[in-house]
Design a protein around this ligand. Structure first.
Ligand code: F6R
Length: 620
């Protein structure tokens, strides 16, 4: 997601801030900006859409002298609210051009705050949620209870914000001080000698200091050149946790992990929470962009999901939930096949296009074909402003942050969560679910990040297993119901990362052919349905496992901890927390990702860049 840096010291802030932004480029971004305080009551801001070179060019044009000062901040933006344009780039400034703010995250209550501010006469100059923070801050500082007190005004502002955010405030009349806060998004403090930093991650300042302070949830740090104070949002001192950074720069970029993909696997709880954040408002599911009327949604009588690869598997999983909740027929189609087989589409068909990049040529062409046939198109996408969301009638963004590893991991879970929200939005539109039922389903989804966290804590035995089976020539994956696409995804991950022959099957289909593949010692990974959710499925799966065990397969079973029947047929057991059946893919996929990545690493492959693959496939 966005990269943030703030600096107070004695050196040239512009150099330090721009260097820090360059070091955080790996986080992904679509625009960048800086704000520098000259120390005499003026604030200079430059910001530009696109790569950092665009910002460099703009700075060269206006002249570096206009950005002289030893306090400043910078931002690389990964668009969430509002397109990636110059006006939406950060920093955002107050009407009096004294206060600047940069932000990472989502201010969930920005809509009512914006209305409140506009009613009070404030004119907005961007489409971002961030701008509400700077105008609120200006009001607190000028006419609020704490008028004239920069730090107290920042506390008062923060207390009014809901959602997930890292915010950094500067005020031109207080050039010695920066106030930064975090709620659910990253922020670290760098402690230098006569200079202090705040940043999204340590890469921003590792060149200048290796002494850092970790901030907890809902903490604020006030920095000056000589020190820092960590408090809660009411100003009560809480301390902060000092630590020493012993990573090198390359490891720091990857958060200490060997590969981006491993970092992205670990980021899945946050990817899920951020994707869900703000989408339940007053008991109703809301999308990000909706150029469709409620009547258009009510008129939907059939749903197609189009996507490729991992996103296609997310669509296959979503089919179970959308059909169950809406009673509408859902077809899931490989985007590359969709327009070549003349699908039956009309005005009342909703086509849901799922794409991490939003640029996949096959999915884009499927969207265009659907639109030619007058169908309505809803995009689920991780990249704000990409072509697929731009050409769609409605959009729901996955807020997984940039995914740098070529193999999709955190975006897969976020896509499932987003597609489920589409299912709930449709159910509320067509009237197949009461409001309280929609809320209940949403609340169950909100529990999942914690469950994923638990799975992640128990991955060492999975890594051991992966090392044990790393030299296998073939691995099979079995699932039933929502576990079937999970099996397909597990096989895809292993193929693309470890270059091992891997196939996923619906367990019931085995005896119709694939069981002939089973031979002595062949590893088969089984995604066990919950024994409580769909008991019938569970007992059928136990029989399927017995069939392959009788033929010599080595069974690796992913199951709930109290599932004794699964344990009895498992040569190796991977426990996952109990969840409602439809939500199980969000936890059962995680061990499969870890398994594939570890096998690939054991075989000596670069898991971030599997051979022959590209992150964004822009040709058909
Ligand atoms: C596999 C993987 C690919 C993508 C597919 C679609 O790990 O990443 O299968 O899921 O190429 O890409 P997007 O989602 O960008 O349309």
């Amino acid at each position: 997601m966005c990269g943030i840096v703030g600096y107070v010291g004695k050196r040239d802030a512009l150099d330090i801030v721009v260097d820090a932004l360059r070091r955080m480029e790996y986080r992904g971004y679509d625009s960048a900006g800086v704000a520098i305080l000259d120390g005499q009551g003026s604030l200079a801001v430059e910001k530009k859409a696109g790569r950092l070179e665009n910002l460099d060019k703009q700075i060269a044009e206006v002249g570096r002298d206009s950005l002289a000062g030893s306090t400043g901040m910078g931002h690389t933006r990964w668009a969430t609210h509002g397109q990636p344009t110059d006006r939406n780039a950060h920093p955002h400034v107050s009407t009096d051009h004294k206060i600047a703010v940069v932000h990472n995250g989502i201010i969930e209550n920005y809509a009512p705050l914006r209305t409140e501010l506009e009613d009070a006469g404030v004119e907005f100059s961007s489409d971002t949620d961030t701008e509400t923070a700077v105008h609120l801050m200006e009001r607190e500082y000028t006419v609020g209870e704490h008028a004239g007190d920069f730090v107290a005004a920042a506390y008062a502002t923060l207390r009014r914000l809901e959602g997930a955010f890292t915010l950094v405030f500067t005020h031109a009349d207080h050039p010695d001080t920066i106030v930064a806060a975090r709620r659910s998004t990253p922020l670290v403090v760098g402690v230098g000698d006569g200079e202090m930093f705040v940043a999204s991650d340590v890469t921003a300042f590792i060149e200048h200091t290796r002494d850092a302070v970790e901030l907890g949830q809902d903490e604020v740090v006030v920095i000056t050149a000589d020190g820092y104070t960590v408090t809660d949002f009411d100003g009560v001192v809480t301390g902060g946790k000092p630590f020493h950074i012993d990573w090198d720069l390359a490891a720091a970029e990857k958060g200490g992990y060997d590969y981006f993909m491993l970092k992205e696997i670990a980021e899945q709880p946050a990817a899920l929470s951020d994707t869900l954040l703000g989408h339940l408002q007053d008991g109703r599911i809301v999308l990000d962009e909706q150029r469709l009327s409620d009547q258009d949604l009510r008129d939907v009588d059939k749903v197609f999901v189009v996507a490729c690869g991992t996103a296609y598997h997310a669509g296959m999983i979503a089919k179970y939930a959308i059909e169950h909740w809406t009673r509408l027929p859902v077809e899931v189609e490989l985007a590359s096949e969709f327009r070549y087989r003349d699908p039956v589409l009309d005005r009342s068909t909703l086509v849901v296009a799922i794409s991490q990049s939003g640029e996949t040529a096959d999915t884009l062409e499927a969207v265009r074909h659907a639109k030619d046939q007058k169908a309505r198109v809803l995009a689920i996408c991780n990249t704000n402003g990409a072509q697929i969301p731009r050409e769609s009638d409605a959009v729901l963004y996955t807020h997984a942050g940039p995914e740098i590893g070529v193999a999709s991991t955190k975006c897969f879970l976020a896509q499932i969560a987003a597609a489920y929200m589409v299912g709930l939005a449709l159910a509320q539109a067509v009237g197949t679910k009461y409001q309280d039922e929609v809320v209940r389903e949403f609340e169950a989804l909100e529990q999942i990040p914690q469950a994923v966290e638990k799975v992640l804590e128990q991955m060492e035995p999975v890594r051991d297993l992966a090392r044990q089976f790393a030299s296998s020539d073939t691995v099979l994956f079995l699932g039933r119901h929502v576990g079937y696409p999970v099996a397909l995804e597990g096989a895809l991950k292993l193929k693309e990362l470890a270059y091992i022959h891997a196939e996923g099957f619906a367990a019931g289909e085995l005896k119709h052919g694939p069981i002939a593949l089973i031979e002595d010692g062949l590893p088969v990974i089984i995604v066990m349905p919950s024994p409580t959710g769909r008991a019938l499925l569970h007992s059928k799966m136990v029989s399927n496992i017995r069939e392959i065990q009788a033929r010599g397969a080595t069974t690796i079973v992913i199951a709930e901890p109290d599932d004794d029947a699964a344990a009895a047929v498992a040569d190796h057991l991977i426990p996952i927390p109990a969840t409602p059946t439809l939500l199980q893919p969000l936890v059962s996929t995680v061990p499969l990702q870890v398994f594939a990545a570890t096998v690939a690493q054991s075989r000596g492959y670069d898991v971030d860049k599997p051979r022959n693959l590209a992150k964004s496939v822009t040709v058909e």
